[in-house]
Design a protein around this ligand. Sequence first.
Ligand code: ARG
Length: 560
Amino acid sequence: MENLKTQIKGIIKALYDIDDTPVDFSEVPANIAGDYSTNIAMRLAKRVGKNPRQVAEEIIAKLGDEYVFMIAGPGFINVEVSAKKLQEKLASEFSENYGSNNSGEGKTAIVEFPSTNMAKPYSVGHLRPGTQGWATKKLLEANGWKVITDNHLGDTGTPFGVWVVGFLRSGKSLDEVTIYDLGQIYIDTKKALKEEAAEGKHELADQTQEWLQKLEAKDAQAVEYSERFNKISLDHIHNVMKRMSISTDLELGESFYAEPGKELVQKFLAEGKFEQNDDGSVICRLDEAGIDVPMLVLKSNGTALYATTDLACMFYRKEHYNPDLVVYCVGAEQKFYFEQLFAMGKKLGLTQENFHLWFGTIDIVNDEGKREKMSSRKGVVLLEAMLDDAEARVRKNFANSELSDEDIRRIATGAIKFSDFVADRKMGILYDPDKIFALTGFSGPFCQYADVRLRRIIEKNKDFVRVDFVDYDFVAEKDLLIQINKFPELVSGVVEKLELHKIAGYCFELAQALNRYYEKTPILQAEDKERSARLWLIEKADFVLSKALDLLGVEIPEKM
Ligand code: ARG
C-alpha cells in the first residue's frame, strides 16, 4: 500500500496542487468489493470545489492498471489487489529475515525488566514488567537495534532493614529460612511497622534504619544477612525467570548505585544544580520542566534513596553503553517518579530518550463478583503459584494429548504472556482463566495451535516432491496472502510507540485467516501444482506466525 499512497499523493499534487493531506487506507469488510479503501476524495472535495465522486474519478483516471479501482458509496476509492501480485511480492521479499528491518541500525537501547525486589518472593506484580520488557527487547531487535537488557534489582532501601528486623523477631535461623519465609516475614513486619506508627511509636522503624545504615557502613553482620538473603532471593528470581523463558544481559541492582549516587549528589550540589535543605537532605528542582515537586535525592541522615540510585544508574549507563533509548518497564504507580527522574536527567545534560513503559494492574473477579487487583489486601499471589495453576489447567485441557512437560510449560506460559498483550498495555488485565487458556478466541493457545497445525501439514508433506507453480493464481490464498504481507509493515509500524498489543492482534488475525483457509482448501489431496504452491505459502505462514509470537515471547509447542 505504501507505493500506492505515494502514487496518489503525487496525483493530488499534480491535479490540485495540494500536498498537505495524508492518504490512508483501511481494510474493506468482506461483504464490500475491494480489499482496501481510502476516503481521500471525500476529504478533498470541499477544498477543490467538486463533489467527492468526481474527485475520486479524476484520481482513478490517473492511476495505472496495477490494481483494480472502484468508487464506492459517497466517494470512497476502493482498491482490489491481485492475489498473484501479492504472492510475487512475498516471494521477492521473503528471506530468513522477513519481517525484520534495519531502521534501528547503529542505535542502542537499554531495556530494563523485570526489576524484581529481593527479600520478597516473585509475585504476579512483576509479571507484566517481565513479559512487556522481553517483548520490547524482541521488537527493538527486529527493527535492527542493539539491545542490552538489565534486571534492575531492588536490593537496597527499606526492604533490607524491614527484612532483618522481621527476621530477628521471627526467631528463624539463617540456614533454614526460605524465600517464602522471607516473604511472610516481610509482610508481618510491614504490618507491625504500620501498627507501631499508628500508635505514634517508632522503635521498629528506628531499628530498620539502623540496619540500613549498618549495611551501608559494611558492618559484618549486616553484610552476612544481606549476602545470604540475596542468594536465596536471586536463586528464586532466576528460577521463575527461567520458567517464563526470560533473561537479561545485566543484573545491576540498586545497591550497586548507592555509593556512586551519593558522590554524584555531592558533585551536583557543588555545581549548584542541587540544593541542600536545612535538615541536610538534598533536592533537585524541576520547575524548568514544569514539575513543581522537586526530586529528593538524599535523605537528611545522608543515606541514599531510590532516586539516588537511579541518578547514578543513568550516568553509569551513559558512560558504559551510551544508549539512544532507555526503556523502563515498571507499573503505572511510578509514573510521576519517572517523570521527575527523566526531567532530572535532562537538567543534568543527559540526552537519551527515556521511555517509561507502564501498564495497568492484573485484576480478578473476587468472590463478591467485583473486580479487584490480583495481589490485594487478601495476600500476594506468587508468580510460581500462578504458573503451577496454569500448568494444571493446561494438563487438564489437554488430558488426551500426551503432552511433554516442556510443551505444557510452553502452552501455560504462552497463554499467560499472550494475555498480557490482548489490550493496550495501559489497560488493566482481567485474569480470566476460561478465556486465557481457551483453544478458541483471542488467546495464546488459539494462535499456538494454528501454528502447530501448520507444522503438522509441513511435516506430513516432507517427502512430497514439489513441482513448479509459477502460473498458479493464488486466488484461494488471497486472504492469507494479505495477512502475511502485512507483517513487515507491522513490525516497523509498532516500534515507534512500542505498541506490542498490535502484534497480538495480528497473530490472532493471521491465525483466523489460517483457520478459514484450512476449512476450505485441501493441501494433501490437492493436485501437485496446487499442493506445491500451497505448501510454499504454508511455510511462509509458519515463519511469520511463529516469528510474531516469538516477538511476544510466546513459544510454539511441539504437540498440542
Ligand atoms: N524494583 C522496582 C519495583 O519493583 C522497580 C525498579 C524500576 N527501575 C528503576 N530503575 N527504578 O518497584
